[in-house]
Design a protein around this ligand. Structure first.
Ligand SMILES: Cc1cc2nc3c(=O)[nH]c(=O)nc-3n(C[C@H](O)[C@H](O)[C@H](O)COP(=O)(O)O)c2cc1C
Length: 409
């Protein structure tokens, strides 16, 4: 584990990108926001067409408008820095190299929705970032960017706390996160009510991803229309991608939405890719024939994880690894997810041993589709994605393993 003494927060690598990695100075968004009305900030966000970067893609302007409209003396804004999706590490890069964007975005959020406290729910494994981030917040307090009457704005009091996450993937789901923050077992809540009305401690709460908040800082300074110039009509702006696996240059890349998978692969030096898992373990796996598709909500939506597999990889092993993860990480609260993931993993093991029938595998795919509809939260709703997509897109490789499967029955 990295020692926090060696971490220089805010030190930037040579990163290039049109939006997130573009020029920005700490405090700029706060200064600009405080000169605007809350309504005007919401209009800029609406013009930007920014959708939440945590995966679900809910419009940020709508979330903030609803939280702003909720009646309560106390409100909260939570920065979801749990980042537990396998293959995702862009939020860590933002927190380490661009903390000003994330924290300024939280202050702007606090001002817009009328919250007094912001809470960063920091992935437990990022504990080494806790002290440097807290030191950074202290500097912001000294510069009057946090605390009472921020930048002299009478009556605008707002501060930020950091709470370490509890080490479960499901705690990234916003209502499980809130349960965990309240000191309970991290399990998703029934919805409605939604956090915008009944969130942390029963108060209106906006939960936003790290990258969403970073984007907000740029939007406030440069305008919603500037942001919407990038990307496509339905997927505005740019996206950070955490690229890992079989390529020469893994890392975090900022690309406009609408970029083709093949273009990304070329950029990162993936010369021999046969499969790309997009959206983390819970995303979809596409074969070479689909590399012409685009990274965009209207084609392949993603929270940003891109895992590349070359010709030497055994796709059944890849799938087994993902399904073992979901069996471990299901919170067990709802039956489709608790039992379903075990059944899907058993199916993978049957194929591995050559002891399966296609009738049974097809039943398991149906089970996966039922889980997508019947699970209580996004975990069980999305965990069948790799099962279905890998078995469909790589069937020749998987079902011709030469292990004597009882095929065709
Ligand atoms: C199992 C599971 C894990 C999740 N993990 C994260 C996470 O680590 N970070 C995140 O921002 N959103 C995560 N989400 C999505 C959140 O529930 C929520 O949609 C998001 O934080 C909202 O922020 P946004 O509107 O800025 O995207 C997860 C969802 C599920 C179902």
């Amino acid at each position: 584990m990295e020692n926090h003494l060696t971490i220089k927060l805010g030190e930037k690598k040579d990163r290039k990108g049109p939006v997130i990695f573009s020029e920005y100075k700490r405090g700029d968004a706060i200064r600009k926001a405080l000169s605007m009305s809350r309504e005007d900030i919401l209009f800029e966000l609406k013009d930007s067409k920014l959708k939440g970067r945590g995966g679900a893609g809910f419009p940020t302007s709508t979330k903030w408008m609803l939280t702003a409209a909720a009646k309560s003396e106390k409100k909260f804004i939570i920065c979801n820095a749990d980042e537990g999706e396998p293959g995702t590490f862009k939020d860590r890069v933002l927190l380490m190299e661009y903390p000003e964007l994330v924290f300024d975005g939280m202050v702007v959020g606090g001002y817009t929705i009328g919250a007094q406290l912001g809470i960063v729910y920091l992935r437990g494994e990022y504990e080494y970032l806790l002290k440097p981030l807290e030191d950074y917040l202290e500097e912001m307090r000294k510069d009057k960017l946090l605390g009472k009457n921020i930048l002299g704005k009478e009556g605008f009091d707002f501060d930020i706390e950091i709470v370490l996450g509890s080490g479960a993937y499901v705690c990234g789901e916003e209502t499980a996160l809130i349960e965990s923050l309240e000191g309970h077992r991290g399990e998703p809540r029934n919805r409605p009510p939604y956090p915008i009305n009944t969130g942390f401690l029963g108060r209106p709460t906006s939960v936003n991803n790290v990258e969403t908040l970073a984007a907000v800082s740029h939007i406030v300074v440069k305008g919603g229309k500037w942001f919407a110039k990038y990307g496509t009509d339905k997927s505005s702006g740019s996206k950070l991608f955490s690229v890992s696996g079989d390529c020469e240059k893994p890392g975090v890349y900022e690309l406009p939405w609408g970029t083709k998978v093949s273009e990304l692969l070329e950029l990162v030096g993936a010369k021999n890719a046969k499969a790309v898992q997009i959206g983390g373990a819970s995303g979809h796996c596409i074969p070479k024939s689909q590399f012409g598709r685009t990274l965009a909500y209207e084609d392949i939506p993603t929270g940003g994880s891109v895992m590349i597999f070359n010709e030497n990889r055994d796709m059944l092993k890849v799938l087994k690894n993902f399904m073992e993860f979901f069996v471990d990480e299901s919170c067990g609260q709802c039956t489709p997810c608790r039992i379903g993931n075990v059944k899907l993993l058993e199916g993978v093991e049957m194929i591995e041993k050559g002891n399966y029938t296609f009738a049974h595998i097809n039943k398991l795919k149906d089970l996966g589709r039922t889980m997508q509809l019947a699970s209580k939260c996004g975990l069980g709703q999305s965990s069948p994605n790799p099962f279905i997509s890998i078995l469909e897109n790589f069937k020749d490789e998987i079902f011709n393993r030469g292990n004597g499967g009882r095929n065709g029955r």
